[in-house]
Write a protein that binds this ligand. Sequence first.
Ligand code: TYD
Ligand code: MG
Length: 453
Amino acid sequence: MAKIVTKYVCQSCGYVSPRWVGKCPNCSEWNTFVEEAPSPLKVSRKPAGAASRIEPVPLDEIEREETPRVSTTIGEFDRVLGGGIVPGSLVLLGGDPGIGKSTLMMQLALKLSQSVVLYVTGEESSRQIKLRAERLEPAGTQHILVLAETNLDLILDVIERATPDLIIVDSIQTMYRPGLESAPGSVSQVRESTALLLRLAKTRGIPIVIIGHVTKEGMIAGPRVIEHMVDTVLQFEGEAHYSYRVLRALKNRFGSTNEIGIFEMHDSGLREVRNPSEVFLSERRSGTSGSTVVASIEGSRPILVEVQALVTSTSYGMPQRTTTGVDTRRLSLLLAVLEKRVGLGLGTQDVFVNIAGGVRIDEPAVDLGIATSITSSLRDAPVDAGAVAVGEIGLGGEIRTIGHIEKRVQEAAKLGFKRIVVPQNNAKGLKGTNDIEVIGVDRVERAMEILLV
Ligand code: TYD
Ligand code: MG
């Protein structure tokens, strides 16, 4: 009998180790290793038909075919996918528990009334699925088939008979292949289940969306180890106490990964946000200190958002630096630049920075907005309510060139802003219009003089 060798697998990245280790040598996460029994399944690779001789094909003889896509009729979803669902593609939809993944997929299923959609649920009962569907769209659910099952072998059998046009698997962590010894949700189960679904999608041409949970710490049993197997990885994110949700493509074999889709969660499900700038600025109160409007680029779209800062004296211990929607390390860097170059005394101040609406912005072009809000709050001087600020700040306090400047200026003008402060280099060759004045600045101190009233 073959010797049974136990192995330890990192639940975060799938790294396999013969011993248990505390810190993963591959992804540096702590306490992620679990013991996994060896797989009793022998993967049998059938030779590709003995009769067929395989031949390479000259590249220019390969017919170029446009990838046909099926529109989901949810514009924001189509945008992120790159124009719709590609037949035979395998899509992973990840996100925190409770963010709205099941809701999004059920809404999509409801919209595809011309197709047969199979909704496989391992998390909720069929009754719960029914209740959700009724809450979302009371009429027109006859095209949706619900299967409350977690045994993938049985599920495959159903798919053979039902021939759906789209399959939704909610969630991959609950699915299992009975031949494997490890528990559902373990790396080997998740990997095997995904491999099976991948084969199904490719051989039958049925698009499959698999839902995967990602916990707050980013510790995931599964999804990260299957990211390389699927065609598209979508991430659904948002702050728990806000109703806005952002859908991003982290990987897309059939489109760009830049686009985002914005939704808002209502009692009757997710609603698309087609005019994000207006929505994100709707609660802004002009004239208060610590609030600056920035023009950010998300994918191919400019979005105006409000960066808020609150600076107050530290009453005890270490000064706090807290952010929502921006990187805390970026904040530390900007604080250091403001101390050194603008001469702000921030060493004994608590600093809180927040992007209103609960969206997350990672591009450095918001630096100037963050710096302006902090300075404004510290000095208790409001920012010009008719102005937008964009620019990356360098360690020397210089304002550095950013991309997509025209789009940012246009969006600011469209929403009725009168002035936009941009990096000096961007301002060259950029003409203001009658609607908006473009002001180029090269130093952060200079920007503060212009923006603070
Ligand atoms: P859900 O789709 O179950 O999240 P996930 O599948 O990502 O775990 O939705 C979670 C939350 O959404 C839940 O707290 C209730 C809320 N919700 C609404 O606010 N409105 C709705 O119409 C629905 C269906 C859910
Ligand atoms: Mg769910």
